[in-house]
Design a protein around this ligand. Structure first.
Ligand SMILES: [Zn+2]
Length: 256
C-alpha cells in the first residue's frame, strides 16, 4: 500500500482508502495515479505516464474510453488527461468561445481601459477633429444638446434625464468622456449635484444685473467667491470662460 503523503505519486481525484490493488495491471481500482512533479497520469494497462491518457488508450491499447473506465472502475464523467492539459484545454475552449461569440470579459475590459496605451489611442481618436466631425460629436454640439436637455428639465441634467430626453447624447458623452460625471467635471458643471439649480447663460446675466440693482454697484468677481444670487465663480467661468466676458455680455464696463 502506498503512503500517499510521502510518495511521489498521488491520486488525480479524491478517493476513499483503502484502495484495491489490480492483479493484471498497474495502480489501483477506481483511481488514477498522478505524478506529483510532472502531473502526468498513469495508464492502468502498461504503467506508463501521460498528459493525455485518453489518446494513448485509444491508439496504443485500441480500447474505447468507456470500456477502459468500466474495466478499472473510473468515473464516467472524468476526463483522462492531466490537470495541466485540462487547464490548457479549458482556457483554449474559453478563448474560442469568446472569440466566436464576442463575450466581453468585464475584468479584462476594465484592465485594458486603464492601460496607458489604450487611453492614448482613445485620446487621439477623440481629439482628432475629422473623427469628431464624422461622428457629429464636436464639443459645441454636445454642449448645445446638453443645454437643451437642461432647459427641458429645468436643472443640470442627470444621466437619467439624458437617457429620457436625449438617449443619443447620453451615449455620445459616454463614448467621449466615459462617464456623464466626467463630462460635467470637465465642463465645470456642479459635479454630482443633480438637485442643484442649473444655470443658463441668461440666468447668470440676469443675476449680474440683479446684483447691480440690489447693491448699487457693479459686481466684482470676488462677490461670487461664495454663491451669490445662486451664482458661483465656477458657474460663471464654465459658461463664459471668464468673469470679464460675462460682465461684457451683461453690458457692464470692464477694465479690460
Ligand atoms: Zn498504456
Amino acid at each position: 500500500m502506498i503512503n500517499f503523503e510521502e510518495a511521489v505519486v498521488e491520486t488525480l481525484f479524491k478517493v476513499e482508502l483503502p484502495l484495491d490493488t489490480l492483479e493484471n495491471g498497474y495502480g489501483y481500482l477506481g483511481c488514477i495515479l498522478k505524478h506529483k512533479k510532472s502531473g502526468k497520469i498513469q495508464c492502468h494497462i502498461c504503467g506508463k505516464w501521460f498528459d493525455n491518457l485518453s489518446t494513448h488508450i485509444q491508439q496504443t491499447h485500441k480500447l474505447k474510453i468507456e470500456n477502459y473506465k468500466r474495466k478499472f472502475g473510473l468515473p464516467m464523467g472524468y476526463g483522462l488527461v492531466s490537470e495541466k492539459l485540462a487547464s490548457i484545454r479549458s482556457k483554449t475552449a474559453l478563448k474560442n468561445m469568446e472569440f466566436m461569440h464576442y463575450i466581453p470579459d468585464k475584468n479584462l475590459l476594465s484592465k485594458v481601459r486603464k492601460s496607458k496605451k489604450w487611453l492614448k489611442s482613445m485620446q487621439y481618436a477623440r481629439t482628432n477633429a475629422s473623427f469628431q466631425n464624422k461622428k457629429g460629436i464636436c464639443d459645441s454640439q454636445i454642449d448645445n444638446r446638453f443645454i437643451i436637455v437642461a432647459d427641458i428639465v429645468g436643472r443640470e441634467p442627470t444621466s437619467e434625464d439624458l437617457l429620457k430626453y436625449d438617449k443619443k447624447l447620453y451615449s455620445i458623452i459616454r463614448n467621449k468622456y466615459m462617464t456623464i460625471n466626467k463630462y460635467r467635471k470637465i465642463n465645470g458643471y456642479e459635479y454630482k449635484s443633480s438637485t442643484k439649480e442649473f444655470l443658463t447663460k441668461t440666468q447668470i446675466i440676469a443675476a449680474l444685473r440683479k446684483f447691480y440693482a440690489l447693491y448699487g454697484r457693479a459686481p466684482a468677481y470676488k462677490d461670487f467667491q461664495r454663491k451669490c444670487l445662486s451664482v458661483s465663480q465656477t458657474a460663471i467661468r464654465s459658461k463664459f470662460g471668464s468673469f470679464n466676458k460675462a460682465m461684457m455680455v451683461a453690458s457692464f464696463d470692464t477694465k479690460e
